[in-house]
Unconditional design. Structure first.
Length: 666
């Protein structure tokens, strides 16, 4: 038997001794000791006994208590952890509180106490401790204000959640008391699940050391939280874990987005604080943006060290106390490298996880989840974690919020699939470089100070339809290892005033939370020129454009706009765009490569097929792809290879679709 369990059972033996003495006293004065229906009704003799009072004479157990505590002192010197003592210290219990707790706990550890308590309560259905029974066992008068105060809502036992009152509407002395199962499990050396925290509990974040944990630690006090304002890629939760570690505490992390709708704020906060104190932990909860105010108010007042996190500025209305508010910095390169080494100890030799995920704005929690996702996938495939597996794990951290507003495309193309002249191709590679190193240049080197401007990168792709603008955006996403999100204008533009801006704000907000490329196809539909104000519609149209100008400047992600007519875009966008890339119509050498790529290697070709002749027709890349598909269908219908006739017929149909005169055969 462990030392901590010997100590607990030794203290319970003192409770048993008090119960034995009280039972013996009651039996001496019991008017009907052999009544089979005792406790179910009140006989005249029993009533007379009640009126005469009940004798109580608690034994003097001071010497035995001193022996038990001396043995406990010796056990602690030998390195044993005595959970009863740790609980008494953590919840600041008095000696009387401890005796009350042990008395209420007894029926949960020894079934005999249920029957004995039923006898002493004169009620076979009341098999738990009551305040009256506790006062009788301890020899305390029921009117003692100090003793009664130990059951007040603000007293340590009740406020700390160590004792629950099961029948609060009954008279005070007859209320049933119980110790919650997690407290009992803790005292006997185990742990029990807290039902209220089951859905919200998260794994503790890895510890990240920096400069901020010292400030967090200084600001932490029970009843006064620290609020960390975070942004994508923040080190906030890791720094909070480091601050708790400096105070000798672990971390109990809670996801406030998983709260049940009907949860009682007081009960939730009390349960969370109790769990944190039992585990010698601080409480890390967030994001506050989606939590009810009552929950925030209750957590802020919890008698434990609390760190709250969120993306918005702290609102004074959220709590009566004023928290210490700090801005959580982004992970530095050294912090990110150290964190990856901690969460991903085994990987392909030579793999640099920090470099592989440099384009992802991953915070501490996301890095831990990415490593877990990549490790699981690698185990299923029977391989070590590779760069591709790691990037797939990073993409899996994107929430589905943006998918409700934009179409997600998982890139399946590479630079090899692009057929462009040298100038636009060079500009596209420059765009990828900007996106990959934007955090270092913009924030690390401070190249865009002041004005509330973000660290985002934006580009405009101009050119006629079918020249490769959307395909190039997909290639950029593939190069960065992220997904492409194509904004559906049907979900954005709204005829009602102000709704378009709201829809765009939702898109930008969700896009900030994910790692991806945001593509506004046919952007001139919503990024059009401002005009002279001649009526109310013009004024509100100009407001939309002005809003977009501001929002694009504060955006932290990678946004690509495409348009067939650059002249339709407002000139003010040009200053806010990092790159403007023009996609020209392909010349004959590019068209020849496009025909070859579009036909591919799997399509059977007739030996007489002349792709060079097809390349002489002035078509865009999109038109060539469409014509190649048409020719393939013609050949498949007759179960033969593609011929030059199929290509020419398909080209003729493409010209007709475009409203152009079919050309003569070159």
């Amino acid at each position: 038997m462990s030392a901590q369990l010997r100590h607990l059972l030794g203290r319970l033996s003192l409770v048993e001794e008090r119960v034995r003495v009280l039972v013996e006293l009651r039996r001496r004065t019991d008017p009907a000791p052999d009544d089979a229906f005792r406790g179910l009704y009140l006989s005249p003799a029993v009533i007379d006994g009640i009126l005469e009072g009940r004798p109580t004479a608690p034994p003097d157990l001071a010497d035995r208590l001193a022996e038990l505590e001396a043995a406990a002192d010796a056990a602690e010197v030998d390195g044993s952890v005595l959970r009863l003592r740790r609980l008494v210290h953590a919840f600041e219990l008095s000696d009387l509180d401890t005796e009350i707790l042990l008395t209420v706990l007894a029926p949960d550890l020894d079934a005999r106490f249920e029957q004995l308590y039923g006898y002493l309560n004169d009620d076979v259905s009341q098999r738990r401790a009551t305040p009256r029974l506790i006062f009788d066992l301890l020899g305390l008068p029921p009117a003692d204000p100090t003793a009664r105060g130990r059951f007040d809502l603000s007293a340590p036992l009740i406020a700390g959640g160590l004792i629950e009152i099961e029948s609060p509407t009954r008279p005070f002395l007859g209320r049933s008391l119980r110790v919650p199962d997690p407290v009992t499990a803790y005292l006997v050396g185990g742990h029990a699940t807290e039902p209220l925290l089951l859905d919200t509990t998260l794994p503790a974040p890895p510890i990240v050391y920096g400069d901020l944990e010292e400030q967090i630690a200084r600001g932490l006090q029970p009843g006064r939280p620290v609020y960390l304002r975070e942004r994508p890629g923040s080190a906030g939760s890791g720094l909070a874990a480091a601050a708790f570690a400096k105070l000798g505490l672990g971390v109990l992390a809670l996801d406030l987005t998983k709260l049940a709708k009907d949860v009682d704020p007081t009960a939730f906060a009390r349960t969370a604080a109790r769990q944190a104190r039992l585990r010698s932990s601080g409480l890390l909860a967030g994001p506050v943006d989606s939590a009810p105010i009552d929950i925030l108010r209750a957590l802020a007042a919890a008698p434990v060290q609390v760190v709250l996190t969120g993306a918005t500025t702290w609102d004074p209305a959220w709590a009566a106390v004023v928290p210490a508010t700090l801005d959580a910095p982004a992970l530095t390169e050294s912090q990110r490298a150290a964190l990856w080494q901690t969460v991903l100890p085994t990987a392909t030799p030579g793999l640099d996880p920090a470099a592989e995920t440099a384009t992802f704005r991953l915070g501490v929690d996301q890095i831990a989840r990415t490593a877990a996702a990549a490790t699981t996938r690698a185990e299923v495939d029977g391989v070590l974690v590779s760069g591709a597996v790691l990037r797939a794990g990073a993409r899996s951290q994107n929430g589905a919020g943006l998918e409700r507003l934009a179409r997600r495309i998982e890139p399946a193309v590479t630079w090899h699939d692009l057929v462009l002249p040298g100038e636009p191709l060079d500009r596209l590679r420059e765009l990828a470089i900007r996106a990959r190193h934007r955090e270092q240049v913009i924030r690390g080197w401070g190249m865009r100070p002041g004005g509330g401007r973000g660290a985002g990168v934006s580009a405009l792709f101009t050119g006629e339809s079918g020249t490769g603008k959307t395909l190039s955006a997909e290639v950029i996403a593939a190069e960065l290892g992220v997904d492409l999100y194509v904004v559906d204008l049907a979900t954005v533009v709204d005829k009602y005033i102000g709704e378009t801006e709201k829809n765009l704000e939702r898109i930008f907000t969700e896009a900030t939370r994910v790692n991806g490329v945001l593509l506004f196809d046919e952007a001139d539909a919503i990024f059009g020129k401002r005009s002279e104000v001649s009526d109310a519609r013009d004024r509100y149209a100009n407001v939309e454009v002005a809003y977009l100008l501001q929002r694009m400047e504060s955006f932290d992600g990678l946004a690509i706009l495409t348009t067939n007519l650059r002249a339709n875009l407002d000139e003010a966008f040009s200053r806010r765009l990092d790159l403007i890339i023009h996609f020209p119509q392909p010349a004959e050498p590019e068209r020849l490569r496009l025909w070859d790529r579009c036909l591919g290697r799997a399509v059977p070709r007739d030996p007489t097929l002349d792709v060079t002749a097809a390349a002489r027709f002035e078509l865009s890349g999109g038109d060539i792809r469409s014509a190649a598909v048409t020719a393939a269908y013609s050949a498949a219908a007759e179960a033969r290879p593609v011929t030059s006739t199929d290509l020419l017929t398909a080209i003729d149909r493409e010209y007709t679709k475009l409203g152009r005169l079919p050309p003569a055969t070159p």
